[in-house]
Design a binder for this molecule. Structure first.
Ligand SMILES: Nc1ncnc2c1ncn2[C@@H]1O[C@H](COP(=O)(O)OP(=O)(O)O)[C@@H](O)[C@H]1O
Ligand SMILES: [Mg+2]
Length: 466
């Protein structure tokens, strides 16, 4: 593989991987966010529950101490809560420090405690450290200008909260990891159809063969991506059709050009040895050469027109059909002076208007008129009619010639098709193919039929205006 090829492939791979990575990251982030939120919430709930239990114990202990020590004075009521299993320690604190007992307090006494004793403040709970251990304390009014302080060791609660935190961090980390795995799995399976689509598109680009298709799941299991794949497939159908049509046109054209070009070369070679020819032979060869050149030129011009695609939208305008037909008939009259053309515009059809490209519609009509004139026996008229049945414009071209044999009728609009009887007359076999192509591009219908009383009848029916 060349350096550039490798780089291009590398770039393509990276681009394809980028979307998958983005999707995986998004999915992971979403799940991880939920996991972290749930873990955080769980932590706060566990902590709240553990402290609520401890606070209930404290309240109960406070009630018990108050019941057991009615009318006690300031000082320590129940000692040793330094040990884990010991009952709550308690003390009574007066509002004013002058009433403090001589022995020191067990529990810390702050200004807030004095205010509770003075009745200026409702009770409160607080955390503190007792001989290096976590503890929790309840301060409530006791009456008599005293505040009751009750404390319990909070080791188990603090430990429980710590353990819960650790566990939840572990669970959260596991959850985030799982989210990453699931995220990349979701991205991979979710993008699998896209990967198939991309692979097919890349294969078509590499092989230039629009015959590839994306496999679709069985009906009933469609989603947005399979619908996209479906429209991709129908786009490929169209592309394949147009590519096939173009290839056939080129093949047909090169085949059809071979004969006139060979004849041309023969005459050219003949003229190259002009010194060995008589004057009459030279004139005949030169005449034939000129005719063949004109023929080939016409053929090539027709081919170029035939290879054109849809009508370019900006050229579409409202075309008055009556004026168009009159113009085409006038042009045919100068082109075929010996052929009488009769034009009949029905009442109500004079104002008919169709959207179209005037130059192309003129070409359609002139192809029909040329054929009619070409096949008309001397002196018999070509009848051109414009009618408007049901508000739809319809142009007919009828001649009194040999008509089209039933076995030729299905093929006269094919490229290069010429009925056996027409081979002697000049022509390429492209006129009617072009006429039908122009009609189709304008949403019109062009048909051929045998005319009553002999001759051929061509009918162009324009589309109804939306
Ligand atoms: N008015 C007509 N009368 C009889 N045959 C016709 C008429 N118009 C077309 N055809 C038949 O259809 C064939 C195809 O027509 P066309 O595509 O215009 O090619 P070309 O005129 O170059 O032969 C003609 O060769 C002829 O056999
Ligand atoms: Mg023709």
């Amino acid at each position: 593989m060349t350096g550039r090829g490798a780089r291009r492939l590398g770039g393509r791979w990276r681009r394809r991987g980028a979307l998958r990575t983005r999707l995986a990251v998004a999915a992971t982030a979403a799940v991880a966010c939920v996991v972290v939120c749930v873990c955080t919430a769980a932590f706060f709930i566990v902590r709240y529950e553990l402290y609520r239990q401890l606070d209930l114990n404290l309240t109960q202990s406070a009630r018990l101490v108050a019941q057991q020590n009615r009318r006690a004075g300031p000082g320590v009521l129940a000692g040793e809560c330094r040990f884990l299993a010991a009952p709550a320690c308690a003390q009574l604190v007066p509002a004013a420090a002058v009433r403090d007992p001589r022995e020191p307090y067990l529990l810390p006494v702050s200004g807030a405690v004095r205010r509770v004793a003075a009745g200026e403040h409702p009770g409160f709970r607080s955390d503190f450290t007792l001989s290096g251990h976590p503890a929790r304390m309840l301060t409530t009014p006791y009456g008599d200008g005293l505040a009751l302080q009750v404390a319990l060791r909070a080791d188990t609660v603090a430990e429980g909260v710590g353990q819960a935190a650790w566990l939840l961090v572990l669970v959260g980390a596991g959850g985030v990891l799982l989210a990453a795995v699931l995220g990349s799995w979701v991205a991979r399976t979710g993008l699998a159809p896209v990967a198939r689509l991309t692979a097919t598109a890349e294969r078509i680009t590499a092989t230039r063969d629009p015959g590839h298709r994306i496999e679709l799941p069985p009906p009933g299991r469609e989603d947005e991506l399979t619908r996209l794949a479906g429209s991709f497939n129908s786009m490929l159908d169209e592309l394949e059709q147009s590519v096939t049509a173009q290839r056939r046109l080129v093949a047909d054209a090169s085949h059809e050009l071979r004969t006139p070009l060979t004849a041309l070369r023969t005459n050219a070679e003949l003229l190259a040895r002009a010194d060995r020819l008589t004057e009459a032979q030279r004139t005949r060869a030169a005449g034939a050469l000129g005719r063949q050149l004109r023929e080939v030129t016409g053929l090539v011009n027709d081919l170029i027109e035939l290879a054109r695609d849809e009508e370019p939208q900006p050229l579409v305008e409202d075309v008055r059909v009556a004026a168009l037909v009159q113009h085409a008939v006038a042009a045919a009259r100068t082109h075929w002076p010996a052929v009488p053309f009769a034009l009949e515009v029905a009442d109500g059809a004079a104002g008919a208007v169709v959207p179209g490209v005037p130059a192309r519609l003129s070409r359609l009509l002139s192809n029909l008129l040329d054929n009619a004139a070409k096949f008309s026996p001397a002196g018999l008229p070509v009848e051109v009619g414009l009618r408007c049945p049901g508000g739809v414009a319809e142009v007919t071209v009828r001649d009194h010639g040999p008509g089209i044999a039933a076995e030729d009728l299905p093929y006269v609009f094919d490229r290069f098709y010429r009925a056996g009887s027409a081979r002697a007359l000049p022509g390429s076999g492209l006129g009617l193919a072009m006429a039908r192509q122009i009609a189709q591009a304008h949403g019109a219908v062009l048909v051929a039929e045998p005319a009553a009383g002999g001759g051929a009848l061509f009918r162009v029916r324009f589309a109804e205006r939306a």
